[in-house]
Write a protein that binds this ligand. Structure first.
Ligand SMILES: Nc1ncnc2c1ncn2[C@@H]1O[C@H](COP(=O)(O)OP(=O)(O)OP(=O)(O)O)[C@@H](O)[C@H]1O
Ligand SMILES: [Mg+2]
Length: 361
């Protein structure tokens, strides 16, 4: 169980010096537009691997006209306390993110922290998930996989690196065939691994959602599907590799790579009748929340991972169905919530112990 006790922000985004003590269950940040609510969620997300919920450039996290940002926090992991510091540091003119656990920067400490922390995120732009780009939808699924497998982003990064490398080789006049063969072998192995992990995730979400629907009165039956012209379930690394080989001319001409998991999309079928893109904004939010609820079940009940929930502007378009999903999460899981909204009154339907914070700039 992870509990974040407090956070202190120094020269982080719009905050020069801000300290907040958190409740172990529900924390709600309210305040005007631009007061810094999303920035606070972002700072919590930065305790985990990566560049946070906005995937922002590190330089943008530093308060304007300041040198570096510091995030300090005390956490409880399985009832032991840890001090975690995340800050920026310029090394060889490049800004790096440094994480210390109890003043220790060793790989073991970071691995321990990364394997203990898991986030489930809702961002306002997810209300339009089914009207946005395939990249955004892929990232949505990838984040869910990452919430239970903190090695997953390494796999994705390795895939992207090899993809770029192959593109570079193809653009050269003399193609080094040993080099490209090696890259393509690796690409087909990692690519297939990504396809498999995404498929597993989609199938497990579908069965969890269908189980949830048996006992709850959620408004839709939803079924997630991978959309990819190239992938088939019996695809082998050898076949993948030969298809990569065959697409060299095409890829040389048009750049990038015609096939692979970087081209995948997914779609959601509603009540076996129509596509989720036909839903209203608020209804799309319902679908997204149902998926997040299912993943929360998966983490807490099947994987023994207790995620931290970061839900930004969660109360817009919150009809009774969406309220019920949020309340079900609050009532069923002993995990910590961080929610934001412009008005305190938007949250009056939550009766459990709640800590409110009025964020002012
Ligand atoms: N590096 C930075 N230095 C100083 N200020 C920054 C920096 N980055 C962002 N800001 C400012 O932080 C402010 C708060 O941003 P944030 O997105 O957290 O607001 P918010 O409370 O979530 O607002 P909304 O309700 O509109 O979502 C913005 O006015 C933004 O311009
Ligand atoms: Mg915001």
């Amino acid at each position: 169980m992870v509990k974040i006790n407090n956070i202190s922000l120094i020269n982080f985004r719009n905050f020069e010096n801000k300290e907040i003590l958190f409740d172990k269950k529900i924390n709600i940040f309210f305040g005007d537009n631009g007061s810094g609510k999303t920035n606070i969620l972002e700072s919590i997300s930065l305790l985990s691997k990566g560049r946070g919920i906005r995937n922002s450039n590190l330089s943008n996290l530093i308060k304007q006209n300041k040198e570096n940002f510091f995030i300090k926090t005390s956490l409880e992991i399985n009832n032991d306390s840890y001090n975690v510091e995340v800050y920026s540091k310029k090394i060889d003119n490049k800004i790096k993110k440094i994480t210390n656990v109890n003043d220790d920067h060793s790989r073991e400490s970071l691995n321990f922290l990364n394997s203990s922390l898991s986030n489930l995120i809702f961002l306002p732009e997810m209300e339009r998930l089914f009207h946005s780009s395939p990249t955004y939808r892929r990232n949505f699924i990838d984040r869910l996989i990452f919430s239970e497998n903190n090695e997953y982003n390494k796999i994705i990064n390795k895939y992207k690196k090899n993809l770029l490398e192959r593109t570079k080789i193809l653009q050269q006049n003399e193609i080094d065939s040993n080099w490209i063969n090696r890259i393509e072998i690796e690409l087909s192995q990692i690519g297939l691994q990504i396809y498999k992990l995404r498929n597993l995730k989609i199938n497990s979400l579908n069965s969890l959602i269908s189980n949830l629907n048996k006992t709850n009165n959620y408004p839709f039956d939803i079924n997630l599907n991978l959309k990819d012209e190239f992938y088939e379930p019996d695809l082998t690394p050898e076949k993948y590799n030969s298809l990569l080989y065959n697409s060299r001319d095409y890829d040389k001409k048009f750049g990038g790579s015609k096939i692979g998991p970087h081209k995948s999309d997914f779609f959601v079928n509603i009540n076996n009748e129509y596509d989720a893109s036909q839903l209203s904004t608020g209804q799309q939010k319902t679908v997204v929340l149902m998926v997040i609820l299912a993943q929360c079940h998966n983490l807490v009940n099947l994987k023994e991972i207790k995620p931290v929930l970061l839900f930004d502007e969660i109360c817009s378009h919150l009809d009774t169905h969406n309220r019920k999903i949020l309340l079900d999460m609050i009532n069923n899981f002993d995990i910590q919530f961080f929610l934001t909204g412009t008005e305190r009154t938007l949250f009056s339907f939550i009766s459990t112990n709640v800590q409110f914070y009025n964020i002012t700039n």
